[in-house]
Design a protein around this ligand. Structure first.
Ligand code: ZN
Length: 371
């Protein structure tokens, strides 16, 4: 049976306390801090006493326990933090604005605004919920960190449509297969040229900083500049992933509305190096890196539809109609033809996306249930 595996999404929210609220939070940080100081001492006392009376408690174990005591208390202390669960906080919506209501004192709830500018998690907040969380201070800013479970949309009685996804260096392509009509009904293309151009520009900068130097020859400042540029590349790729996923979700949502279950299908990680040649520029290495591919999977998995992974072998070499080997040709080798079934001038990426779908459809019966 297809399992609705529970997925969690980590969420960090910036809080915007008033000066008065900030003072209340700070006061409570110190309370926790003080308690941790005491507990470390108590913890160590306890360990020493235990070690004395217990012959089986080996010296190494004593040392281990001491380290644990230190680790638990010191790690928490290096950051000012305050733990939360449904017993002392919840999210509330007030005047169209999400707030977190924290009861530092039983009868005195504090309602703190959550920053909604530039906050990709804002839409994940659900009124009245309270998952285990903690607030912490970083510099002079306050944050709330939690993990929100993701509900997958899936109904047993429904038929499924499958959306196979092929991530490629020029285009990302997806194709939707409907098991009821036995047809590929929607193709989704996502052009990477704008992303490619942005990354190339950053790569020119990276090239200027490196100037053929080895990493040991770079100054601290240059290293920092480099990591900043690499971070920009990662951001651009993630933004691209996000835009492509939005397109996919629009299609998925419309099929869900029509009464179908939706399953996204991706190649497993083994397939991602299939097109990498040594002469490829680093942009392509980025797009074919495990990081990039895995990142796409993670971003898709937190969305409300199932994501399945299939064996990626030969998805770009086989004909999706008849499974024979295809001929690859055309500019940049983006077209295929099949002598056996007569498929001509067909997009190689679309063919791959459809092969990915076929791999999963074979393992489901018509009702979309896994066999
Ligand atoms: Zn064929």
């Amino acid at each position: 049976m297809l399992q609705k595996t529970k997925t969690y999404r980590s969420v960090t929210l910036k809080l915007v306390p008033t000066p008065k609220q900030a003072r209340i939070i700070d006061r409570n940080f110190l309370r926790v801090n003080k308690f941790l100081n005491i507990s470390e001492r108590e913890f160590q006392k306890l360990i020493r006493n235990k070690a004395k009376e217990d012959n089986e408690l080996h010296e190494a174990h004593t040392r281990l326990l001491a380290l644990l005591a230190q680790r638990f208390t010191k790690t928490a202390m290096s950051n000012l933090l305050y733990p939360l669960d449904k017993g002392n906080y919840c999210f509330i919506r007030e005047n169209n604005w999400y707030k977190v209501e924290i009861r530092f004192e039983p009868r005195m709830p504090v309602r703190i605004n959550i920053d909604r500018s530039n906050n990709k998690y804002y839409s994940d907040i659900i009124n009245g919920t309270a998952y285990p969380a903690f607030i912490y201070k970083y510099g002079s800013d306050y944050f709330l960190s939690t993990a929100i479970p993701i509900e997958k949309k899936w109904e047993e009685r429904r038929l499924a449509v499958f959306i196979g996804i092929d991530l490629n260096m020029r285009k990302h392509v997806a194709s939707l297969y409907n098991s009821l009509t036995n047809k590929f009904e929607v193709n989704i293309f996502f052009d990477l040229k704008p992303i490619d151009e942005k990354i190339k520009e950053i790569q020119r900068k990276i090239f200027m900083i490196q100037k053929g130097k080895r990493s040991s020859q770079l100054t601290e400042e240059e290293k920092q500049q480099l990591s900043k540029e690499y971070r920009r590349i990662r951001k651009i790729i993630e933004k691209g992933h996000g835009d492509f996923i939005s397109k996919l979700l629009k299609v998925a949502d419309s099929y869900w509305e029509q009464g179908y279950n939706v399953v996204f299908v991706l190649e497993d990680l083994k397939g991602i190096t299939k097109n990498v040649r040594k002469d490829y520029k680093s942009f392509n290495r980025w797009l074919h890196s495990q990081w990039c591919y895995r990142r796409f999977g993670i971003l898709l998995e937190v969305k409300p539809y199932l994501v399945k992974y299939v064996d990626s072998r030969n998805t770009s070499k086989m004909c999706h109609r008849c499974n024979s080997e295809v001929k690859i040709y055309g500019k940049h080798k983006r077209l295929i033809s099949c002598d056996k079934c007569g498929l001509r001038d067909f997009s190689r990426d679309l063919n791959a996306a459809r092969n990915i779908v076929k791999r999963i459809v074979d393992s489901f019966d018509v009702g979309g249930r896994e066999t």
